[in-house]
Design a protein. Structure first.
Length: 82
């Protein structure tokens, strides 16, 4: 399957902070059927952003790949969307 152009992340585990390797991404909240509207977030030059729907704090980490997250289970794999 083709890799997503825009990385997608979720916070099904309910962690306070998700470290990600992208500054532009989609937040889905939790995995379906408990997801919120899928929103595009852009950190710009900042290193953190809070999702306006689920209040998850996303923190940029340049050591991670653009589709990677810490914790790893918060990165949505291809084909795993609702």
């Amino acid at each position: 399957m083709a890799e997503r152009v825009v990385p997608h992340f979720h916070n099904t585990p309910g962690v306070a902070v998700i470290e990600i390797g992208a500054r532009e991404f989609m937040c889905e909240g939790e995995l379906a059927p408990f997801d919120h509207p899928h929103v595009f977030l852009d950190m710009g030059d900042a290193s953190e952003i809070i999702c306006p729907y689920c209040s998850t704090l996303f923190r940029y980490d340049s050591t991670l790949g653009p589709h990677a997250a810490r914790p790893a289970e918060c990165a949505l794999a291809d084909g795993a969307t609702a």
